[in-house]
Design a binder for this molecule. Structure first.
Ligand code: MN
Length: 248
């Protein structure tokens, strides 16, 4: 994975999430290549965001996550975030061309909403696998989990409780916090509203109703526990190592 891919797939989401709510507009941040204080060249001009292909079929995570939910979630909901993000960026480009920023607040919020949705779903698909579940095999990730949460069982209980208790729609997120070099679990209500502004999401779980309602209805806790059976800990460990290599 090169630097640009890394920024797009991992830090990109982090930067977008992390700068939302600050005064700097995300469009400016993206076009300037400024990522949470780092200045980096993202290469030739901006490109349209695209819906990622899944590495597995829609029914591959059965019975934990059902095929119909996966198809709707990926092809309708995630596609909607991608379209919304591209549209908002286009509208802001038009605003710059016309020097008319009357709607800048609206489109900036749209970027926050659709951008957070897009990047978190990219990670969400990536950290699930039909061969997932169990505990991390990676020694460094295990050590980090033990240091930050006590042990894996305590982490798991914490993650399940936090994700189950997100108010209304949102995400539970295991993230790496680079300043203290520790792992944290936090809740992101909706998803554009995040509390720790500078963290790298490693394991987000989508707890919007569209992520589980067909199979689990109001039993979000059952869905969260089932999710643990499809977590791809190798993917989580890869993200952890990449984040530390780039930012540590
Ligand atoms: Mn979703």
């Amino acid at each position: 994975m090169n630097r640009r891919d890394y920024l797009r797939s991992t830090l990109g989401g982090f930067a977008l999430l992390g700068t939302y709510g600050m005064s700097q507009s995300l469009a400016e941040a993206a076009s300037a290549g400024s990522v949470a204080g780092m200045t980096t060249s993202l290469g030739a001009g901006p490109e349209q965001y695209r819906l990622p292909q899944l590495a597995y079929s829609y029914d591959a995570l059965e019975p934990h996550i059902d095929a119909q939910t996966m198809e709707l979630h990926h092809s309708i909901h995630h596609q909607g975030y991608v379209n919304g993000l591209n549209n908002a960026l286009e509208k802001l480009a038009e605003a710059r061309d016309r020097n008319d920023f009357a709607l800048v607040k609206h489109w900036s919020k749209e970027i926050g909403f659709h951008g957070a949705g897009h990047f978190l779903h990219e990670i969400f698909w990536d950290v699930m696998s039909p061969d997932g579940g169990g505990e991390p095999g990676d020694a460094d990730l295990r050590r980090a989990i033990n240091a930050s949460f006590g042990n894996f069982e305590k982490f798991k209980a914490h993650y399940i409780a936090a994700s189950g208790a997100v108010e209304a729609s949102g995400w539970g997120i295991l993230a790496w916090e680079p300043f203290g070099d520790r792992l944290v679990v936090f809740q992101a209500e909706k998803h554009q509203n995040l509390s720790p502004m500078v963290t790298v999401p490693l394991l987000p779980i989508d707890v919007w109703e569209h992520a589980y309602y067909l199979r689990y209805q109001n039993r979000r806790g059952d869905y969260v526990r089932a999710f643990m059976n499809v977590v791809d800990w190798d993917a989580v460990a890869r993200r952890y190592h990449e984040a530390r290599r780039m930012l540590g």
